[in-house]
Design a protein. Structure first.
Length: 273
């Protein structure tokens, strides 16, 4: 088979796959996606890259089966993560969703622990009650309008490098690099007040808040960190409307290693042992 014939057959097959995928979208449920892989014998990665640029079917991923595949595997992982993050996007607020937040928080916790710096995370759980009917406003167009207003309030009050996400219909998450519990609490009290006083003429707005903060002195994962805020939020919701609860700082009593080193040096200088 000549190179041109091989190329045409490959492009035809890709076009068929694209049409099949488009047809299957009618039966798609939720936001799950599937990556499909097929082996093309005799096709180098360089040639594939040129062919893929000719096919308008979205991102196409390739992996060589010979030689050092590790760089390509890592490229594949990063590409898949980027695609998932792009899909995890809330059209109402323009904010990232829970998947993007989890990835970003994991990276930020790792950085805080590595540099022994403060990091705080907060969850805001918001409930709207129609003052005429006394009933919580259900999910739908009316709720989405209110959610968009809340997102605008929160976004206006953040620093450039703070991260905000919409986790569900009525829950937002934020993390604040470089600041501790006291400053985070002050920020969230202000945001809580701004949210609770919006549209007071039509709806009663309740905003419960759970906060967690670390100093980067003990190993921790993003999942463990957000669990502290979730527990604090659960406690806040038992206290009624507009409660704010902060979790205990898990590493507040831990002495940094650098401090221990300096203490030992001083002991040696003054005691000789």
């Amino acid at each position: 088979m000549s190179a041109s014939t091989y190329r045409e057959k490959l492009l035809q097959e890709l076009a068929v796959l694209r049409d099949v995928a488009a047809t299957a979208l009618g039966e798609r449920h939720g936001r799950d996606s599937t990556a499909v892989f097929k082996v093309f014998s005799g096709l180098s990665l360089d040639v594939w890259t040129r062919l893929a640029s000719e096919v308008d079917s979205g991102p196409l991923l390739a992996l060589p089966l010979e030689g050092d595949i590790y760089p390509f595997v890592m490229h594949l992982v990063r590409t898949m993560e980027d695609l998932a993050a792009q899909a995890d996007f809330d059209s109402t607020t323009g904010l990232p969703g829970r998947i993007s937040f989890a990835w970003a928080l994991e990276n930020e916790v790792e950085r805080a622990v590595r540099n022994q710096t403060s990091l705080s995370v907060a969850l805001l759980d918001i409930d709207w009650t129609d003052l005429t009917t006394g009933i919580s406003i259900p999910a739908g167009e009316g709720l989405e309008e209110l959610v968009a207003q809340v997102a605008a309030i929160i976004t206006a009050g953040r620093r450039r490098y703070d991260f905000i996400a919409r986790m569900s219909d009525n829950r937002f998450a934020l993390f604040f690099p470089g600041i501790g519990l006291q400053r985070t609490t002050s920020t969230l009290e202000r945001l809580q007040n701004d949210v609770c006083t919006m549209n007071a003429q039509a709806e009663h707005v309740a905003c419960n808040v759970g906060i967690a903060s670390i100093k980067g002195r003990i190993p921790m994962t993003g999942k463990e960190f957000i669990a502290l805020a979730e527990n604090a939020l659960a406690e806040a919701k038992t206290k009624g409307d507009n409660a704010l609860v902060a979790a205990a700082i898990p590493d507040i009593a831990v002495t940094p290693k650098s401090t221990l080193v300096h203490s030992r040096e001083k002991q040696f200088l003054f005691t000789g042992c």
